[in-house]
Design a protein around this ligand. Sequence first.
Ligand SMILES: Cc1cc2nc3c(=O)[nH]c(=O)nc-3n(C[C@H](O)[C@H](O)[C@H](O)COP(=O)(O)O)c2cc1C
Length: 485
Amino acid sequence: MAYRDFGDFLDQLERKGELKRIKTEVDPYLEITEIADRVMKMPDGGPALLFENPKGSNIPLAINTFGSYKRMSLALGVEDMETLACEIEDLLKPEVPRGLFNAAKELLPKLAVLSKMPPKFQKGDGRCQEVVLLGDDIDLNKFPILHCWPEDGGRYITLPLVFTHDPNTGKRNVGMYRVQVYDKKTTGMHWQMHKVAAEHARISEEKRKKIDVCVVLGGDPAITYAATAPLPPGIDEMLFSGFIRKKPVTLVKAKTVDIEVPEDAEIVIEGQIDPFERRMEGPFGDHTGYYSLADMYPVFHVTAITHRKNPIYPCTIVGRPPMEDGMLGKATERLFLPLLKLTVPEVADMCLPVEGVFHNIAFVSIKKRYPGHAFKVMHALWGLGQAMFTKMIFVFDEDVNIHDTKEVLWRLGNNIDPERDMCLVRGPIDVLDHASRGLGFGSKIGFDCTRKLPAEGFQREWPPVIEMSDDVKKRVSAMWEGLGI
Ligand SMILES: Cc1cc2nc3c(=O)[nH]c(=O)nc-3n(C[C@H](O)[C@H](O)[C@H](O)COP(=O)(O)O)c2cc1C
Protein backbone atom coordinates (compact mmCIF):
# COMPACT_ATOMS: atom_id res chain seq x y z
CA MET A 1 0.00 0.00 0.00
CA ALA A 2 1.30 3.45 -0.92
CA TYR A 3 0.81 6.56 1.20
CA ARG A 4 -0.03 9.89 -0.43
CA ASP A 5 2.63 11.50 1.75
CA PHE A 6 4.03 11.56 5.27
CA GLY A 7 0.86 13.21 6.61
CA ASP A 8 -1.20 10.34 5.20
CA PHE A 9 1.07 7.90 7.08
CA LEU A 10 0.57 9.87 10.32
CA ASP A 11 -3.22 9.77 9.77
CA GLN A 12 -3.01 6.01 9.40
CA LEU A 13 -0.97 5.76 12.63
CA GLU A 14 -3.57 7.89 14.41
CA ARG A 15 -6.45 5.74 13.15
CA LYS A 16 -4.62 2.66 14.47
CA GLY A 17 -4.08 4.28 17.89
CA GLU A 18 -0.33 4.48 17.24
CA LEU A 19 0.12 8.26 17.41
CA LYS A 20 0.00 10.67 20.34
CA ARG A 21 -0.37 14.42 19.76
CA ILE A 22 1.42 16.70 22.22
CA LYS A 23 0.05 20.22 22.49
CA THR A 24 2.32 21.40 25.32
CA GLU A 25 5.16 23.63 24.16
CA VAL A 26 8.34 21.53 24.33
CA ASP A 27 11.90 22.63 23.55
CA PRO A 28 13.73 20.89 20.64
CA TYR A 29 16.85 21.66 22.70
CA LEU A 30 17.17 18.42 24.76
CA GLU A 31 13.57 18.30 26.08
CA ILE A 32 12.09 16.47 23.08
CA THR A 33 14.94 13.92 23.31
CA GLU A 34 14.21 13.22 26.98
CA ILE A 35 10.51 12.67 26.23
CA ALA A 36 11.13 10.60 23.10
CA ASP A 37 13.81 8.51 24.85
CA ARG A 38 11.43 7.62 27.69
CA VAL A 39 8.75 6.69 25.14
CA MET A 40 11.11 4.61 22.95
CA LYS A 41 12.14 2.63 26.06
CA MET A 42 8.49 1.68 26.75
CA PRO A 43 7.43 -1.91 25.99
CA ASP A 44 6.89 -2.26 22.22
CA GLY A 45 8.52 1.14 21.57
CA GLY A 46 5.65 3.34 22.86
CA PRO A 47 3.57 5.50 20.49
CA ALA A 48 4.70 7.81 17.68
CA LEU A 49 4.69 11.43 18.87
CA LEU A 50 3.53 14.56 17.09
CA PHE A 51 4.77 17.68 18.89
CA GLU A 52 2.35 20.35 17.70
CA ASN A 53 4.08 23.24 19.48
CA PRO A 54 7.83 22.79 19.41
CA LYS A 55 9.42 25.86 21.03
CA GLY A 56 10.76 28.41 18.54
CA SER A 57 9.03 27.04 15.44
CA ASN A 58 5.52 26.92 14.05
CA ILE A 59 6.23 23.64 12.26
CA PRO A 60 5.07 20.45 14.03
CA LEU A 61 7.63 17.73 14.68
CA ALA A 62 7.01 13.98 14.32
CA ILE A 63 9.22 11.41 16.03
CA ASN A 64 9.21 7.64 16.74
CA THR A 65 7.01 7.02 13.68
CA PHE A 66 9.02 3.83 12.88
CA GLY A 67 9.55 2.88 16.51
CA SER A 68 7.59 -0.38 16.87
CA TYR A 69 7.31 -3.59 14.86
CA LYS A 70 3.72 -2.64 14.02
CA ARG A 71 4.54 0.89 12.89
CA MET A 72 7.60 -0.29 10.93
CA SER A 73 5.33 -2.79 9.15
CA LEU A 74 2.73 -0.06 8.49
CA ALA A 75 5.50 2.20 7.15
CA LEU A 76 6.23 -0.52 4.61
CA GLY A 77 2.52 -0.63 3.73
CA VAL A 78 1.83 -4.06 5.29
CA GLU A 79 0.37 -5.38 8.56
CA ASP A 80 3.45 -7.57 9.12
CA MET A 81 6.79 -6.99 7.40
CA GLU A 82 7.21 -10.78 7.04
CA THR A 83 4.62 -10.55 4.21
CA LEU A 84 6.96 -8.29 2.30
CA ALA A 85 9.94 -10.56 3.06
CA CYS A 86 7.94 -13.48 1.58
CA GLU A 87 7.16 -11.42 -1.53
CA ILE A 88 10.87 -10.69 -1.99
CA GLU A 89 11.70 -14.37 -1.47
CA ASP A 90 9.08 -15.33 -4.05
CA LEU A 91 10.38 -12.79 -6.55
CA LEU A 92 13.90 -14.17 -6.19
CA LYS A 93 12.98 -17.86 -6.41
CA PRO A 94 14.99 -19.37 -9.25
CA GLU A 95 12.16 -21.55 -10.56
CA VAL A 96 12.71 -23.71 -13.60
CA PRO A 97 9.64 -23.08 -15.76
CA ARG A 98 7.77 -26.18 -16.91
CA GLY A 99 7.54 -25.65 -20.66
CA LEU A 100 7.43 -22.47 -22.70
CA PHE A 101 3.77 -21.69 -22.01
CA ASN A 102 4.23 -22.13 -18.28
CA ALA A 103 7.40 -20.02 -18.43
CA ALA A 104 5.38 -17.12 -19.77
CA LYS A 105 2.51 -17.75 -17.34
CA GLU A 106 4.79 -17.97 -14.28
CA LEU A 107 7.42 -15.38 -15.08
CA LEU A 108 5.37 -12.60 -16.69
CA PRO A 109 3.45 -11.58 -13.55
CA LYS A 110 6.78 -11.32 -11.69
CA LEU A 111 8.25 -9.17 -14.45
CA ALA A 112 5.09 -7.07 -14.51
CA VAL A 113 5.58 -6.33 -10.79
CA LEU A 114 9.17 -5.28 -11.48
CA SER A 115 8.28 -3.14 -14.49
CA LYS A 116 5.87 -1.05 -12.37
CA MET A 117 8.60 -0.04 -9.92
CA PRO A 118 10.79 2.62 -11.61
CA PRO A 119 10.14 6.19 -10.45
CA LYS A 120 8.04 8.49 -12.64
CA PHE A 121 9.03 12.03 -13.52
CA GLN A 122 6.47 14.81 -13.12
CA LYS A 123 6.83 18.09 -14.99
CA GLY A 124 6.27 21.33 -13.09
CA ASP A 125 6.27 21.80 -9.33
CA GLY A 126 5.69 19.12 -6.76
CA ARG A 127 3.84 19.46 -3.47
CA CYS A 128 7.26 19.72 -1.82
CA GLN A 129 7.73 23.01 -3.72
CA GLU A 130 4.62 24.93 -2.61
CA VAL A 131 6.99 27.30 -0.81
CA VAL A 132 10.37 28.12 -2.34
CA LEU A 133 13.02 29.93 -0.30
CA LEU A 134 16.02 31.36 -2.12
CA GLY A 135 18.89 33.75 -1.30
CA ASP A 136 18.51 35.55 2.03
CA ASP A 137 15.18 33.82 2.69
CA ILE A 138 16.98 30.53 3.21
CA ASP A 139 16.90 29.82 6.93
CA LEU A 140 17.20 26.39 8.49
CA ASN A 141 16.32 27.93 11.86
CA LYS A 142 12.64 27.99 10.91
CA PHE A 143 12.49 24.21 11.45
CA PRO A 144 12.38 22.62 14.93
CA ILE A 145 15.72 20.88 14.44
CA LEU A 146 16.74 18.93 17.53
CA HIS A 147 19.74 19.47 19.71
CA CYS A 148 19.59 15.86 20.88
CA TRP A 149 22.09 15.27 23.71
CA PRO A 150 23.97 17.60 26.07
CA GLU A 151 27.46 17.07 24.57
CA ASP A 152 26.31 17.25 20.92
CA GLY A 153 28.21 19.69 18.71
CA GLY A 154 24.98 21.45 17.73
CA ARG A 155 21.59 20.78 16.16
CA TYR A 156 21.17 17.84 13.81
CA ILE A 157 18.71 16.84 11.10
CA THR A 158 18.35 13.21 12.09
CA LEU A 159 16.05 11.62 9.49
CA PRO A 160 17.46 13.05 6.25
CA LEU A 161 17.32 11.30 2.88
CA VAL A 162 20.46 12.46 1.11
CA PHE A 163 20.21 12.38 -2.70
CA THR A 164 23.39 12.41 -4.81
CA HIS A 165 24.45 11.14 -8.23
CA ASP A 166 27.55 9.20 -9.23
CA PRO A 167 29.50 11.82 -11.22
CA ASN A 168 30.71 9.10 -13.64
CA THR A 169 27.55 7.13 -14.33
CA GLY A 170 24.86 9.59 -13.27
CA LYS A 171 23.27 6.87 -11.11
CA ARG A 172 21.28 8.09 -8.15
CA ASN A 173 21.93 7.18 -4.52
CA VAL A 174 19.82 7.94 -1.48
CA GLY A 175 21.40 7.39 1.93
CA MET A 176 20.55 8.51 5.44
CA TYR A 177 23.46 10.56 6.76
CA ARG A 178 23.01 12.98 9.66
CA VAL A 179 23.24 16.71 8.94
CA GLN A 180 24.68 19.09 11.52
CA VAL A 181 23.38 22.66 11.24
CA TYR A 182 26.22 25.23 11.35
CA ASP A 183 24.19 28.32 10.46
CA LYS A 184 21.02 29.25 8.56
CA LYS A 185 22.39 28.02 5.22
CA THR A 186 25.42 25.82 6.02
CA THR A 187 25.54 22.30 7.42
CA GLY A 188 27.85 19.33 7.81
CA MET A 189 27.38 16.10 5.84
CA HIS A 190 28.22 12.98 7.81
CA TRP A 191 28.57 10.43 5.03
CA GLN A 192 31.02 7.90 6.38
CA MET A 193 33.94 6.68 4.24
CA HIS A 194 32.32 3.32 3.36
CA LYS A 195 29.00 4.77 2.20
CA VAL A 196 27.93 5.30 -1.39
CA ALA A 197 27.70 9.11 -1.29
CA ALA A 198 31.25 9.28 0.13
CA GLU A 199 32.38 7.47 -3.03
CA HIS A 200 30.41 10.00 -5.12
CA ALA A 201 32.31 12.75 -3.29
CA ARG A 202 35.67 11.02 -3.93
CA ILE A 203 34.86 10.83 -7.65
CA SER A 204 33.87 14.51 -7.70
CA GLU A 205 37.18 15.29 -5.97
CA GLU A 206 39.03 13.48 -8.80
CA LYS A 207 37.01 15.52 -11.29
CA ARG A 208 37.62 18.70 -9.26
CA LYS A 209 33.92 19.52 -9.45
CA LYS A 210 31.32 20.38 -6.82
CA ILE A 211 28.66 17.77 -6.16
CA ASP A 212 24.90 18.54 -6.11
CA VAL A 213 23.04 17.28 -3.06
CA CYS A 214 19.43 17.31 -1.89
CA VAL A 215 18.40 16.54 1.68
CA VAL A 216 14.80 15.34 1.66
CA LEU A 217 12.52 15.05 4.68
CA GLY A 218 9.27 13.08 4.65
CA GLY A 219 7.44 11.53 1.74
CA ASP A 220 6.12 7.98 1.77
CA PRO A 221 7.80 6.27 4.75
CA ALA A 222 8.95 3.49 2.40
CA ILE A 223 11.38 6.02 0.92
CA THR A 224 12.75 6.89 4.34
CA TYR A 225 13.32 3.20 5.06
CA ALA A 226 14.97 2.71 1.65
CA ALA A 227 17.54 5.42 2.48
CA THR A 228 18.70 3.32 5.44
CA ALA A 229 18.68 -0.02 3.58
CA PRO A 230 22.06 -1.54 2.65
CA LEU A 231 21.33 -1.75 -1.07
CA PRO A 232 24.33 -2.42 -3.31
CA PRO A 233 25.70 0.72 -5.03
CA GLY A 234 23.88 1.27 -8.32
CA ILE A 235 20.56 -0.17 -7.11
CA ASP A 236 18.19 2.79 -7.04
CA GLU A 237 16.51 3.39 -3.68
CA MET A 238 13.58 4.96 -5.54
CA LEU A 239 13.10 1.73 -7.50
CA PHE A 240 13.26 -0.26 -4.25
CA SER A 241 10.71 2.12 -2.66
CA GLY A 242 8.44 1.64 -5.68
CA PHE A 243 8.60 -2.11 -5.11
CA ILE A 244 7.80 -1.76 -1.39
CA ARG A 245 4.82 0.58 -1.89
CA LYS A 246 3.61 -1.16 -5.08
CA LYS A 247 3.48 2.21 -6.78
CA PRO A 248 6.21 4.21 -8.48
CA VAL A 249 7.67 7.16 -6.62
CA THR A 250 6.92 10.43 -8.40
CA LEU A 251 9.88 12.77 -8.73
CA VAL A 252 10.17 16.43 -9.66
CA LYS A 253 13.19 18.51 -10.59
CA ALA A 254 14.80 20.42 -7.74
CA LYS A 255 14.89 24.22 -8.15
CA THR A 256 18.62 24.97 -8.00
CA VAL A 257 20.49 21.67 -8.49
CA ASP A 258 20.38 18.87 -11.02
CA ILE A 259 18.58 16.33 -8.82
CA GLU A 260 15.06 14.89 -8.89
CA VAL A 261 13.29 14.68 -5.56
CA PRO A 262 10.07 12.98 -4.36
CA GLU A 263 7.23 15.38 -5.14
CA ASP A 264 5.33 14.36 -1.99
CA ALA A 265 8.18 15.25 0.43
CA GLU A 266 7.56 17.67 3.30
CA ILE A 267 10.82 19.60 3.03
CA VAL A 268 13.71 19.62 0.53
CA ILE A 269 17.06 21.28 1.23
CA GLU A 270 19.03 21.79 -1.97
CA GLY A 271 22.70 22.62 -2.22
CA GLN A 272 26.24 21.78 -3.17
CA ILE A 273 29.36 20.32 -1.60
CA ASP A 274 32.87 21.29 -2.60
CA PRO A 275 34.78 18.01 -2.21
CA PHE A 276 37.87 19.89 -1.04
CA GLU A 277 36.13 21.71 1.82
CA ARG A 278 36.01 20.07 5.27
CA ARG A 279 34.87 21.25 8.66
CA MET A 280 34.69 19.75 12.14
CA GLU A 281 31.49 17.73 12.56
CA GLY A 282 30.25 16.32 15.87
CA PRO A 283 30.37 15.17 18.57
CA PHE A 284 26.99 13.47 18.37
CA GLY A 285 25.17 11.17 20.80
CA ASP A 286 25.05 8.17 18.49
CA HIS A 287 23.14 4.94 18.10
CA THR A 288 25.91 3.03 19.86
CA GLY A 289 24.78 4.75 23.07
CA TYR A 290 28.09 6.65 23.15
CA TYR A 291 29.04 9.97 21.61
CA SER A 292 30.76 9.66 18.26
CA LEU A 293 33.74 12.00 18.37
CA ALA A 294 34.13 15.12 16.26
CA ASP A 295 35.94 14.66 12.95
CA MET A 296 36.40 16.47 9.63
CA TYR A 297 33.50 16.04 7.19
CA PRO A 298 32.25 17.80 4.02
CA VAL A 299 30.32 21.07 4.22
CA PHE A 300 26.89 21.44 2.58
CA HIS A 301 26.04 24.93 1.26
CA VAL A 302 22.29 25.37 0.90
CA THR A 303 21.11 26.99 -2.34
CA ALA A 304 17.34 26.61 -1.77
CA ILE A 305 14.82 25.26 0.69
CA THR A 306 11.47 24.16 -0.65
CA HIS A 307 8.58 22.87 1.41
CA ARG A 308 4.84 22.32 1.56
CA LYS A 309 2.53 25.08 2.77
CA ASN A 310 2.08 23.34 6.12
CA PRO A 311 5.02 21.00 6.47
CA ILE A 312 5.66 18.49 9.22
CA TYR A 313 9.26 18.04 10.35
CA PRO A 314 10.08 14.28 10.66
CA CYS A 315 12.97 13.30 12.89
CA THR A 316 14.35 10.69 15.26
CA ILE A 317 16.86 10.43 18.06
CA VAL A 318 19.53 7.81 18.42
CA GLY A 319 21.20 6.76 21.67
CA ARG A 320 21.45 3.85 24.01
CA PRO A 321 19.27 1.05 22.60
CA PRO A 322 16.45 0.26 22.32
CA MET A 323 15.63 3.26 20.14
CA GLU A 324 13.48 3.91 17.07
CA ASP A 325 16.29 3.06 14.64
CA GLY A 326 16.37 -0.49 16.03
CA MET A 327 13.14 -1.11 14.10
CA LEU A 328 14.64 0.23 10.86
CA GLY A 329 17.37 -2.34 11.45
CA LYS A 330 14.77 -5.05 12.09
CA ALA A 331 13.16 -4.27 8.72
CA THR A 332 16.55 -4.71 7.04
CA GLU A 333 17.10 -7.98 8.89
CA ARG A 334 13.76 -9.33 7.62
CA LEU A 335 13.73 -7.90 4.07
CA PHE A 336 17.36 -8.69 3.30
CA LEU A 337 17.27 -12.28 4.57
CA PRO A 338 15.92 -13.57 1.21
CA LEU A 339 18.66 -11.63 -0.60
CA LEU A 340 21.28 -13.05 1.75
CA LYS A 341 19.94 -16.55 1.10
CA LEU A 342 20.40 -15.99 -2.62
CA THR A 343 24.18 -15.84 -2.20
CA VAL A 344 24.50 -17.88 1.02
CA PRO A 345 21.66 -20.42 0.63
CA GLU A 346 22.60 -22.46 3.70
CA VAL A 347 21.52 -19.55 5.93
CA ALA A 348 18.20 -20.44 7.58
CA ASP A 349 17.66 -17.27 9.62
CA MET A 350 19.39 -14.15 10.89
CA CYS A 351 18.90 -11.96 13.95
CA LEU A 352 20.52 -8.59 14.59
CA PRO A 353 19.65 -7.94 18.25
CA VAL A 354 18.87 -4.25 18.82
CA GLU A 355 21.42 -4.13 21.65
CA GLY A 356 24.04 -4.96 19.02
CA VAL A 357 23.24 -1.67 17.20
CA PHE A 358 23.09 -3.19 13.67
CA HIS A 359 26.77 -3.98 13.30
CA ASN A 360 28.10 -5.31 16.60
CA ILE A 361 26.32 -8.66 16.85
CA ALA A 362 24.68 -11.06 14.38
CA PHE A 363 23.13 -14.42 15.20
CA VAL A 364 22.84 -16.68 12.17
CA SER A 365 21.38 -20.16 11.89
CA ILE A 366 22.47 -22.51 9.12
CA LYS A 367 21.74 -25.87 7.62
CA LYS A 368 25.16 -27.33 8.46
CA ARG A 369 26.37 -29.84 5.89
CA TYR A 370 30.16 -30.13 6.12
CA PRO A 371 33.16 -29.43 8.35
CA GLY A 372 33.96 -25.74 8.61
CA HIS A 373 30.58 -24.75 7.24
CA ALA A 374 29.97 -22.14 9.97
CA PHE A 375 33.34 -20.50 9.16
CA LYS A 376 32.41 -20.37 5.48
CA VAL A 377 29.20 -18.50 6.38
CA MET A 378 31.06 -16.00 8.59
CA HIS A 379 33.47 -15.18 5.77
CA ALA A 380 30.60 -14.89 3.28
CA LEU A 381 28.91 -12.32 5.55
CA TRP A 382 32.11 -10.35 6.08
CA GLY A 383 32.43 -10.13 2.31
CA LEU A 384 28.88 -8.91 1.73
CA GLY A 385 28.16 -5.16 1.53
CA GLN A 386 27.56 -3.50 4.90
CA ALA A 387 27.55 -6.92 6.64
CA MET A 388 31.35 -6.41 6.48
CA PHE A 389 30.96 -4.27 9.62
CA THR A 390 29.62 -7.15 11.74
CA LYS A 391 32.01 -7.29 14.68
CA MET A 392 30.72 -10.55 16.17
CA ILE A 393 28.99 -13.35 14.27
CA PHE A 394 27.56 -16.34 16.12
CA VAL A 395 26.58 -19.27 13.88
CA PHE A 396 24.06 -21.83 15.15
CA ASP A 397 22.36 -24.94 13.80
CA GLU A 398 19.07 -24.55 11.99
CA ASP A 399 16.97 -25.84 14.92
CA VAL A 400 18.06 -23.00 17.24
CA ASN A 401 15.62 -20.11 17.70
CA ILE A 402 18.11 -17.29 17.27
CA HIS A 403 15.47 -14.66 18.10
CA ASP A 404 15.31 -15.98 21.67
CA THR A 405 18.34 -14.47 23.43
CA LYS A 406 17.93 -16.94 26.34
CA GLU A 407 18.23 -19.86 23.97
CA VAL A 408 21.12 -18.20 22.15
CA LEU A 409 23.15 -17.73 25.35
CA TRP A 410 22.35 -21.28 26.50
CA ARG A 411 23.50 -22.83 23.22
CA LEU A 412 26.48 -20.49 22.87
CA GLY A 413 27.80 -21.28 26.34
CA ASN A 414 27.41 -25.02 25.88
CA ASN A 415 28.43 -25.59 22.30
CA ILE A 416 31.79 -23.96 21.92
CA ASP A 417 35.38 -24.83 22.64
CA PRO A 418 36.65 -21.26 22.28
CA GLU A 419 40.06 -22.07 20.84
CA ARG A 420 38.69 -24.47 18.23
CA ASP A 421 35.47 -22.63 17.37
CA MET A 422 36.61 -19.04 17.18
CA CYS A 423 37.72 -17.20 14.06
CA LEU A 424 39.45 -13.82 14.23
CA VAL A 425 39.83 -11.65 11.16
CA ARG A 426 40.91 -8.09 10.39
CA GLY A 427 39.17 -5.68 8.07
CA PRO A 428 36.85 -2.69 7.69
CA ILE A 429 34.90 -1.74 10.81
CA ASP A 430 32.00 0.66 11.23
CA VAL A 431 33.24 4.22 11.60
CA LEU A 432 31.16 4.53 14.79
CA ASP A 433 33.10 1.73 16.51
CA HIS A 434 35.09 3.49 19.21
CA ALA A 435 36.96 0.40 20.47
CA SER A 436 38.74 -0.56 17.25
CA ARG A 437 42.47 0.22 16.85
CA GLY A 438 41.83 2.79 14.14
CA LEU A 439 38.93 4.67 12.57
CA GLY A 440 37.11 2.20 10.32
CA PHE A 441 39.69 -0.59 10.69
CA GLY A 442 39.90 -3.36 13.25
CA SER A 443 39.19 -6.97 14.05
CA LYS A 444 36.06 -9.10 13.93
CA ILE A 445 35.27 -12.41 15.55
CA GLY A 446 33.10 -15.36 14.62
CA PHE A 447 31.94 -18.21 16.89
CA ASP A 448 30.94 -21.58 15.51
CA CYS A 449 28.15 -22.61 17.91
CA THR A 450 26.97 -25.54 15.77
CA ARG A 451 27.19 -29.27 16.63
CA LYS A 452 30.74 -30.37 15.85
CA LEU A 453 31.72 -33.05 13.36
CA PRO A 454 34.61 -35.55 13.67
CA ALA A 455 36.55 -33.74 10.94
CA GLU A 456 36.38 -30.61 13.08
CA GLY A 457 38.41 -32.37 15.77
CA PHE A 458 35.44 -33.61 17.81
CA GLN A 459 35.70 -37.37 18.34
CA ARG A 460 33.18 -37.91 21.14
CA GLU A 461 29.41 -38.28 20.87
CA TRP A 462 27.46 -34.97 20.71
CA PRO A 463 24.97 -35.22 23.58
CA PRO A 464 21.24 -34.93 22.94
CA VAL A 465 19.27 -31.99 24.39
CA ILE A 466 17.05 -32.92 27.36
CA GLU A 467 13.40 -33.17 26.26
CA MET A 468 10.36 -34.76 27.93
CA SER A 469 8.61 -37.41 25.87
CA ASP A 470 5.43 -36.35 24.05
CA ASP A 471 3.15 -38.87 25.80
CA VAL A 472 4.17 -37.63 29.27
CA LYS A 473 3.72 -34.02 28.15
CA LYS A 474 0.21 -34.85 26.94
CA ARG A 475 -0.69 -36.70 30.19
CA VAL A 476 0.54 -33.81 32.33
CA SER A 477 -1.27 -31.24 30.16
CA ALA A 478 -4.49 -33.20 30.66
CA MET A 479 -4.09 -33.14 34.46
CA TRP A 480 -2.65 -29.58 34.66
CA GLU A 481 -5.83 -27.71 35.59
CA GLY A 482 -6.61 -30.19 38.36
CA LEU A 483 -3.16 -29.73 39.94
CA GLY A 484 -4.15 -26.23 41.05
CA ILE A 485 -0.69 -24.77 40.38
C1 LIG B 1 18.73 7.09 11.95
C2 LIG B 1 19.92 6.72 11.14
C3 LIG B 1 21.00 7.60 11.05
C4 LIG B 1 22.11 7.27 10.29
N1 LIG B 1 23.15 8.15 10.22
C5 LIG B 1 24.22 7.88 9.43
C6 LIG B 1 25.26 8.84 9.28
O1 LIG B 1 25.25 9.91 9.88
N2 LIG B 1 26.28 8.52 8.44
C7 LIG B 1 26.34 7.34 7.75
O2 LIG B 1 27.26 7.14 6.97
N3 LIG B 1 25.37 6.41 7.90
C8 LIG B 1 24.31 6.66 8.72
N4 LIG B 1 23.31 5.74 8.85
C9 LIG B 1 23.42 4.44 8.17
C10 LIG B 1 23.13 4.58 6.69
O3 LIG B 1 21.91 5.25 6.49
C11 LIG B 1 23.08 3.20 6.02
O4 LIG B 1 24.35 2.61 6.16
C12 LIG B 1 22.67 3.27 4.57
O5 LIG B 1 22.58 1.98 4.04
C13 LIG B 1 23.66 4.08 3.77
O6 LIG B 1 23.23 4.16 2.45
P1 LIG B 1 24.24 3.96 1.23
O7 LIG B 1 24.58 2.48 1.22
O8 LIG B 1 23.44 4.38 0.06
O9 LIG B 1 25.43 4.80 1.49
C14 LIG B 1 22.17 6.03 9.61
C15 LIG B 1 21.10 5.15 9.70
C16 LIG B 1 19.98 5.49 10.45
C17 LIG B 1 18.84 4.53 10.53
